[in-house]
Design a binder for this molecule. Sequence first.
Ligand code: PLP
Length: 396
Amino acid sequence: MSFQNPVFIPGPTNMPEALRRACDMPTLDHRSAAFADILQPAREGVRRILRSATAEVFIFPATGTGGWEVAITNTLSRGDTVLAARNGMFSHRWIDMCQRHGLTVEIVETPWGEGIPADRFEEILRADTDGRIKAVLATHNETATGVLSDIAAVRAAMDAAGHDALLFVDGVSSIASMPFEFDTWGVDVAVTGSQKGFMLPAGLAITGFSSRALAAVETGGLPRCFYDIRDMAKSYAANGYPYTPAVGLLNGLAQSCEMILTEGLDAVFARHARIAGGVRAAVTAWGLDLCAARPELYSNSVSAIRTPEGFDATRIVTHAADTYGVAFGVGLGEVAGKVFRIGHLGMLTDVLALSGIATAEMAMADLGLDIKLGSGVAAAQEVYRSTAAPMALAAE
Ligand SMILES: *Cc1c(COP(=O)(O)O)cnc(C)c1O
């Protein structure tokens, strides 16, 4: 018998059966007409999920990290400066990638648990009178700390400073699970991957480019080949790929977009908010704190939970895996050992979330933390039973 529990890591997420099946395809000739019926609906679905009327969507066989590289290598040139806040492991890694590509990064060091300081960005951009800064990098949802930053505020800061840098947004753990407004926020490149909000296996880097970003591709660029969107665009125009596409994953993506858009983006976001609300109620009942410093920073896709001083939070993750066969996320980088993470994005229901909360409780109690069994579960139950939409209605 196989013991298949849901996972509570912030990606890869649990997968709906229909999407698993959609990825499992017999071999299809990617040069045949049938491929267009997979490729174009996937691109169109992503564009709609980005809430853009005009973004050009480019999808590479890679992961979110590859998407970062797509963004920077296609638009920036050696020696260019970019502005970024470092407030967690993922923003750190994108900064590191920029530096390894010979870019200068103006780093705003930000406490882990805080969001992007838009006011600092505005000051820095105002002072950049000779336009050294070519792009602003923003990690929308810092998956390491469970902090959601305000991208509209970043855009407003750029506009207030009258600066014309491009705005690149890492939406890997926000897109398709929390509101993301490509057009309204004036995003120039959005980056995500297949294994988070899209509920698919890892393997696709998904990007959207604005017309301004596309114009930058014509005048700049770092050495690139595999990630060159000019080759991609040329191939897309002929319903093809510059190399062998991950056909099954693209088929999964087309189906995923349809599933998400059929549920309705607002309904998807509301479901994530409800589920996250239950998890946060549990954390409060346990007497623990989130890594995120304030409620307006709370992420609806992942909660990073601080454990008492002197206790190694990673033990919870190891113990839950070894004893109960349930996966939670460990703390990364600066918060390693200080937090554990409950991922709550993608395919989750109230019932699945309750099982994760119950397991976390058992693991913490087993390890001697002062956690009353059932306290977090009860708090989450109260949230879920008072906000639940009947499944019969939800299924319509
Ligand atoms: C998961 C994640 C990434 C990296 O994605 P990979 O698919 O692992 O390469 C980047 N940024 C954020 C915010 C993420 O959550």
